[in-house]
Design a protein around this ligand. Structure first.
Ligand code: DGL
Length: 284
């Protein structure tokens, strides 16, 4: 049981920031990673679709007999974690609670900011989780939808990223938050840009705290692997492009071989009821 792999999924390569921390903290563990690059971004999609993608990702990883699942995507964790926990009988770790715990540990003035995709922020899950942990906190949230495409374009040190980051983040400077949760697994890639804009704010990378949470979950279930020194990880993606390789290298600092996989098509939105459909245009 202890030698079974850990399954990790994300909408793309952002989840590799979590893999990086897992490898640091749990060097004996074997990881099977799936990036659903064909369906990226999740951040602008409906809850139903993100849930169905998360289900397909989980079922793919379960084929590897994983002992624990990590939803290394804030968007999927925001809207699909409860569903996954209800439907699959293995321990499941998301990124929201670990990041919230990290922020509570970091803050001194109780003012916490959260940035993420549109879907993550609209779900309000971060605010609810933080307020449940400590009702006295003041939480300010802001969607930053342009960050993911900029990072995917490898515009990590680009002036356009600095300009957009200033536009998104200036309100946190003005509102006096002392801690900001990077509520998207892509965002640690531009942490230096954010540091320049918010030099006095503690930036909480959900990846770090997720790896710690994973370790606690494995330890409490007696699932920690103490064996292999050189585990053989596997990396899968639903669409392999040059961009994938560049970003993976940036995050993991070495070449990562991705295997392409195609997952079963997920159901699209149900058709509108007949009454609401537009009549067909008359033929002339
Ligand atoms: N990795 C996703 C997250 O953490 C962001 C990318 C996306 O929109 O799919 O929310």
């Amino acid at each position: 049981m202890n030698n079974k792999p850990i399954g990790v999924f994300d909408s793309g390569v952002g989840g590799l920031t979590v893999v990086r921390e897992i490898k640091r903290l749990l060097p004996n563990e074997t990881i099977v990673y799936l990036g659903d690059t064909a369906n990226l971004p999740y951040g602008d999609k409906s809850e139903e679709i993100v849930r169905s993608y998360s289900k397909a990702n989980t079922e793919f990883l379960l084929k590897f007999d994983i002992k624990v699942l990590v939803a290394a995507c804030n968007t999927a964790s925001s809207v699909a974690l409860t569903f996954l926990k209800e439907h699959y009988n293995i321990p499941i770790v998301g990124v929201i609670e670990p990041a919230a715990k990290g922020a509570i540990y970091a803050t001194r003035n109780g003012k916490i900011g959260v940035i993420g995709t549109n879907r993550t922020i609209r779900s309000n899950v971060y605010a609810q989780t933080l307020e449940k942990m400590n009702p006295d906190l003041s939480v300010k949230q802001k969607p930053c939808p342009l960050f993911v495409p900029l990072i995917e374009e490898n515009f990590v040190d680009h002036p356009a990223t600095k300009l957009i980051a200033e536009e998104y983040l200036k309100e946190f400077r003005e509102s006096g938050v002392d801690t900001l949760i990077l509520g998207c697994t892509h965002y640690p890639l531009i942490i230096n840009v954010m540091r320049e804009i918010l030099p006095n704010v503690k930036l909480v990378d959900s990846a770090l705290f997720t790896a710690q949470d994973l370790k606690d979950v494995l330890a409490s279930n007696y699932m920690l692997c103490e064996g292999s020194d050189n585990p053989e990880h596997r990396f899968f993606a639903t669409d392999i492009t040059d961009k994938l390789d560049i970003l993976a290298r940036r995050i993991l600092q070495n070449g990562t071989h991705f295997e392409e996989v195609s997952l079963p098509a997920t159901p699209s939105h149900p058709p509108a009821p007949a009454m609401e459909r537009q009549p067909p245009a008359p033929l002339c």
